[in-house]
Design a protein around this ligand. Structure first.
Ligand code: ADP
Length: 326
């Protein structure tokens, strides 16, 4: 531990609201503990191109409330190759960066795990993704904000759906995880959520139709998780329209609106606690762990566990949605 003098921070992969709050927390907690900090731009790409600047406390002033990431983010194919990672390691040595805190999703932590074991290099990860698909933490940074954005958008669509007595299929993000769709459906009083975790077990659309989900409703909203497994909202709407031409079916794909905006209080606090805990982890000589918060307790989750284990959907949530949408 005593060898660490300078900590590098980067954000990588898909951006998520709250990443800035995490950058601020890591920077401030590191400086508080006497470390130097360097900001690495555009994710792992910055380690290849050398886009790196020293970070002082002022560099992270006035960003806790901003969506996106001041460090920018990118996808970097080169880092997936041993040659690219060698360049990245040379850059870290040249810059005098002794440990990394990386903020990102599944792919980012996979890259971190490979690099850390290849070079025996200390890395702590923070779960930054709106998809909430990392094991070992109740929620990921950005998830709560995206969920609230979905709720506001669906409430608005509900107004027009009711006025025209329409059936809406609304597609939300999630990358093979149904957390946004399922909890979004509960929060908006939607009739159903079609999620990848269940699509492999049953034909959810068939079930909905069989149960007469429009029987007593003058509008219906179904949230669909984007995923090849669910087929997406467009595909499901086409199926329904073909079989039930009497329904007035519409599709809305919420898209990138879900990634933007000022982070909620939940995400700001989560990112601040996790960022601060990342520095504690390095002080405790932890390495190659993701910071998680479960049952309000900080946990160090080995990269392998966070990435490889599927985070299961809580069946109680599914039951709640089914019961309340009659
Ligand atoms: P996210 O972190 O949001 O899941 P990606 O899957 O795009 O986003 O991953 C972000 C970056 O992490 C990639 O562009 C790449 O630089 C790095 N990465 C992902 N998978 C690997 C891998 N198998 N080996 C090395 N680096 C990887």
């Amino acid at each position: 531990m005593s060898q660490i003098k300078c900590i590098g921070i980067l954000t990588s992969g898909g951006d998520a609201p709250g990443m800035n709050a995490a950058i601020r927390a890591v920077t401030r907690a590191a400086i508080y503990n006497g470390f130097e900090v360097k900001g690495i731009y555009r994710g792992y790409k910055g380690l290849i191109t050398g886009e790196i600047s020293p970070f002082k406390t002022q560099n992270v002033s006035n960003i806790i409330q901003q969506g996106g990431t001041i460090l920018k983010t990118a996808r970097c194919q080169e880092f997936k190759t041993p040659e690219g990672r060698k360049i990245a390691h040379d850059t870290l040595v040249k810059e005098g960066i002794d440990a990394l805190v990386v903020i990102g999703g599944d792919g980012t932590l996979t890259g971190a795990r490979i690099f850390a074991s290849e070079y025996n290099y200390p890395i702590v990860g923070l779960p930054g993704t709106i998809d909430n698909d990392l094991y070992g933490t109740d929620t990921t940074i950005g998830y709560d904000t995206a969920l609230n954005t979905i709720m506001e958008a669906v409430d608005k669509i509900r107004d027009t759906a009711t006025s025209h007595e329409r059936l809406f299929f609304i597609e939300v993000m999630g990358r093979d995880a149904g957390f946004l769709a399922l909890n979004g459906a509960i929060a908006t009083g939607a009739e159903a959520a079609i999620i990848p975790e269940i699509s492999t077990e049953v034909d959810q659309l068939e079930e909905l139709i069989k149960n007469g989900f429009r029987k007593s409703k003058n509008s219906s909203i179904v949230l669909v998780a984007e995923s090849p497994i669910t087929g997406g909202a467009m595909h499901l709407a086409e199926r329904v329209q073909k079989e039930y031409p009497q329904y007035d079916v519409r599709v809305t794909i919420l898209g990138h609106i879900q990634r933007g905006g000022s982070p909620t209080a939940h995400d700001r606090i989560l990112a601040s606690r996790m960022g601060s805990a990342a520095i504690d982890a390095l002080l405790e000589d932890q390495r190659n762990v993701m910071i998680g918060i479960r049952n309000n307790e900080i946990e160090y989750v080995p990269f392998n566990k966070a990435i490889k284990n599927d985070k299961p959907i809580d069946r109680e949530l599914l039951n709640t949605l089914r019961r309340l949408s009659i």
